[in-house]
Design a protein around this ligand. Structure first.
Ligand SMILES: [Zn+2]
Length: 400
C-alpha cells in the first residue's frame, strides 16, 4: 500500500462522538507528518521506487499508532461511522451516497451483511424500525423497514448494534413531510477529487459547491461520476469528507475515473440502483466499466429490472456518468427504445451539451450534460407536471 493510502487511514469520523476532537488533533498531526510526501508528483513515485520505500518508512509510525491507539478507543466508544477506513460495514444501503427519502409511516429498503435491529438516529432522538427480512444472494440480508409514524421530518443516520458495537451510516435517511409535485434537483458531476489541476484543490471546490447548494432550493443533489480522479481509497475518503458537509440527500454514481478494483463498491455498495422522489423514478447506472452495459455483462439485467420498476413513474429520469452510443444494445433497447426514459442526465464531457446534442440517438429521450464541478459548475433542474427542465449551467464556485 502506498504512503498516500496509509496517510488516509487517519480518516475516521465517529460523528456525534466525544472522541471527535481527538481525531482532529490526530488528523492534524498525521497531516504534518505526511505533508512533505504529498508534494511529490505521482509520476516521480512511480519512476523512483526507492524514494517511495523511504517515504513509507518515514510514515510507518503514524498508521501503526493509529491502529494501536485509536481503533480500540473507537471500539470502546461504541460508535463506528462506517469502517475505520471509511468503507461500508454491516449496513450497505442506505448510505450517504445512496440515501432514502421517505414519509413517516411508510417503508424503505435496506441491505445489510446480516440481520440486526435497526434504528434511525439524530440529535433529536432515536426511532426503532420494524423490519421484514429477506435473504439475498451472497449471504446479504434485505430488510423492508417501516418508519415509525411519529418520526419528525429531518436527516437521520441509520444505526445497528451488534455485540456492543454500533455501525452507523450518516446522512442515510431523510424523513420528509411530503413530496411536492414541483421541485428542484441540483446536478454536480466530475468532482475529480485528488486531481492536481487549477489553483484550488478539487476538495475545496466541492466543499464550496456543496455549501452553495445547502443554501439553495434543491430537494436533493445528484453527483454523476468521476467522483475521484483515480479511484484510490484515499480519494474516496476525501470525497466522503466533503460529501458529508451536505445537508441535502446526495446520490452518487461511478464514472470511468472511479475504476480501481472494488474501491467504489466498498464505499457506496451498488453500482446500479433506483430511487423515488414522490411519483418520479430515478435510475442510476454504472459507467465504471470500459464498455457501458456490455451485452455480455450483468448490468443489462439490472437495467431491465429497474426500468420496469419505475415504469409507473410520472417522469423516468436516468442518471449516469456517460452515455456512449456503443453501449450494450440490449440496454439501449430497454432504456431508449421499448419504453424510452423521459430524460437522461450525465457529465463526462466537462462541457455543456450544444443545441444539437439535446436528444439521445433514438429520438425520444432528452439529454442534458453539465460541465465539471471541478471547474466550479453545477446545474439545476426544475421538475414539475410540465416535464424535466434543465436551467443553464452555472459557475457556482471560483476555481482560481
Ligand atoms: Zn471527468
Amino acid at each position: 500500500m502506498n504512503t498516500k493510502a496509509r496517510r488516509d487511514r487517519r480518516f475516521v469520523l465517529p460523528c456525534g462522538s466525544l472522541l471527535r476532537p481527538l481525531f482532529w488533533i490526530w488528523d492534524f498531526g498525521f497531516w504534518i507528518l505526511c505533508c512533505r510526501e504529498s508534494h511529490i508528483p505521482r509520476e516521480s513515485k512511480i519512476q523512483n521506487p526507492k524514494s517511495k520505500i523511504h517515504l513509507e518508512r518515514r510514515c510507518v509510525f503514524a498508521p501503526l499508532a493509529y491502529r494501536l491507539i485509536l481503533v480500540p478507543l473507537l471500539a470502546a466508544s461504541g460508535a463506528v461511522a462506517r469502517q475505520p477506513d471509511g468503507t461500508l460495514g454491516l449496513i450497505r444501503t442506505p448510505n450517504d451516497g445512496i440515501p432514502v427519502m421517505v414519509l413517516p409511516g411508510t417503508t424503505f429498503e435496506t441491505v445489510l451483511t446480516s440481520q440486526a435491529a435497526l434504528r434511525l438516529a439524530n440529535a433529536g432522538g432515536q426511532y426503532e424500525l420494524s423490519v421484514e427480512w429477506n435473504a439475498l444472494p451472497g449471504g446479504l440480508a434485505n430488510g423492508r423497514c417501516t418508519v415509525p409514524p411519529e418520526t419528525p421530518e429531518g436527516m437521520y443516520a441509520i444505526e445497528v448494534s451488534v455485540n456492543g458495537q454500533t455501525d452507523r451510516n450518516e446522512r442515510a435517511v431523510f424523513v420528509r413531510a411530503s413530496f411536492p409535485e414541483s421541485y428542484v434537483v441540483a446536478h454536480l458531476t466530475d468532482t475529480h477529487i485528488g486531481a492536481e489541476r487549477g489553483k484550488r484543490s478539487p476538495s475545496d471546490v466541492l466543499r464550496d459547491a456543496i455549501n452553495v447548494l445547502n443554501g439553495s432550493e434543491a430537494a436533493f443533489v445528484v453527483i454523476t461520476g468521476d467522483l475521484t480522479d483515480g479511484g484510490e481509497i484515499a480519494q474516496f475518503q476525501e470525497f466522503l469528507r466533503m460529501l458529508d458537509t451536505s445537508t441535502l440527500p446526495t446520490f452518487v454514481c461511478p464514472g470511468n475515473h472511479d475504476r480501481q478494483g472494488l474501491n467504489y463498491e466498498s464505499f457506496f455498495g451498488s453500482l446500479t440502483y433506483v430511487f423515488w422522489f414522490g411519483r418520479d423514478g430515478y435510475l442510476c447506472f454504472d459507467t465504471k466499466d470500459f464498455t457501458t452495459a456490455d451485452d455480455l455483462g450483468p448490468q443489462d439485467t439490472y437495467l431491465e429490472i429497474f426500468r420496469r420498476l419505475i415504469k409507473p413513474a410520472r417522469w423516468s429520469i436516468c442518471l449516469t456518468h456517460r452515455y456512449e452510443p456503443d453501449m450494450g444494445m440490449r440496454s439501449q433497447i430497454v432504456l431508449f427504445i421499448d419504453d424510452p426514459l423521459d430524460h437522461l442526465i450525465m457529465g463526462h464531457w466537462h462541457r455543456a451539451n450544444e443545441d444539437n446534442e439535446k436528444m439521445a440517438p433514438w429520438g425520444a429521450t432528452t439529454l442534458t450534460v453539465t460541465p465539471a464541478t471541478v471547474d466550479g459548475f453545477a446545474r439545476m433542474f426544475d421538475i414539475s407536471g410540465k416535464g424535466v427542465k434543465p436551467r443553464p449551467p452555472q459557475r457556482i464556485v471560483g476555481t482560481e
